[in-house]
Unconditional design. Structure first.
Ligand code: SAH
Ligand code: MG
Length: 218
């Protein structure tokens, strides 16, 4: 249950949405049943619009889970577009591979298996877009490598930045064991807003989403 959006508005918006393809629907339903935290519907629709507008050819995703968002993004960037996606959980990797195969995306989605902290350091080249959707406490640690890998004029999109609204509340109101992650997410949002190379928009939709455009700071 999200505290940053009204349920009746979400219900209405979802009721007027067109149906997705059968495969997307099946992957979504299974993920929801298994409590896999896939992107919400409003993020899915926004990602599609952004990808169709920006036409990135090379996308990096951190946090594949069952490859739901990878397949959705891949559908929007044409046959010559590539998604490189990182996942560390063996169980998720197994499901992701199966779904990538079902979607016939073996040639456009490259799954890198392991911890993003290590894999990001080993990556070279540049990406037109990066979708950050892994462990929330690690976003800030991943940021320097993301900025190194993102082209000028590229977009860094981060999901789940408001954590059901708790990020906006005083640290004293969150349980002690959640304070580290609360602090880290606040530091991350501060950095996205104040880094001279980024222009950031924080959208209070779904579980909180940021769009950060990389500029040339001179
Ligand atoms: N992007 C997916 C959902 C990802 S859920 C979608 O919307 O369809 C977050 C995933 O990130 C989980 O599967 C988790 O195992 C993975 N993850 C978290 N921290 C990670 C890390 N440090 N390295 C690699 N994967 C990580
Ligand atoms: Mg997410």
């Amino acid at each position: 249950m999200s505290e940053i959006t009204y349920q009746y508005i979400r219900d209405y918006l979802m009721a007027i949405e067109p149906d997705d393809d059968i495969l997307i629907r099946e992957i979504r339903e299974e993920a929801i049943k298994d409590n896999v935290p896939i992107i919400k519907s409003e993020v899915k629709n926004l990602l599609r619009c952004i990808l169709l507008m920006q036409k990135p050819k090379n996308i990096l995703e951190i946090g594949t889970a069952v490859a739901y968002s990878s397949i959705i993004m891949s559908d929007c960037i044409g046959h010559d577009g590539k998604i490189t996606t990182i996942e560390r959980s063996d169980m998720m990797i197994k499901k992701a591979k199966l779904n990538i195969e079902k979607a016939s995306k073996e040639n456009s989605i490259i799954l890198l298996e392991g911890d993003a902290g290590d894999i990001l350091k080993s990556l070279e080249g540049t990406y037109d877009m990066i979708f950050m959707d892994a462990a929330k406490g690690q976003y800030l640690t991943f940021l320097p490598d993301c900025l190194r890998l993102l082209k000028t004029g590229g977009l860094l999109i981060s999901d789940n930045v408001l954590q059901n609204g708790t990020v906006a509340k005083s640290r004293f109101s969150v349980p002690r064991r959640q304070r580290t992650i609360h602090n880290r997410m606040r530091d991350y949002l501060w950095e996205l807003n104040h880094n001279p190379n980024l222009k950031t928009s924080i959208l209070p939709i779904a579980d909180g989403l940021t769009l950060s455009y990389k500029i040339d700071s001179k």
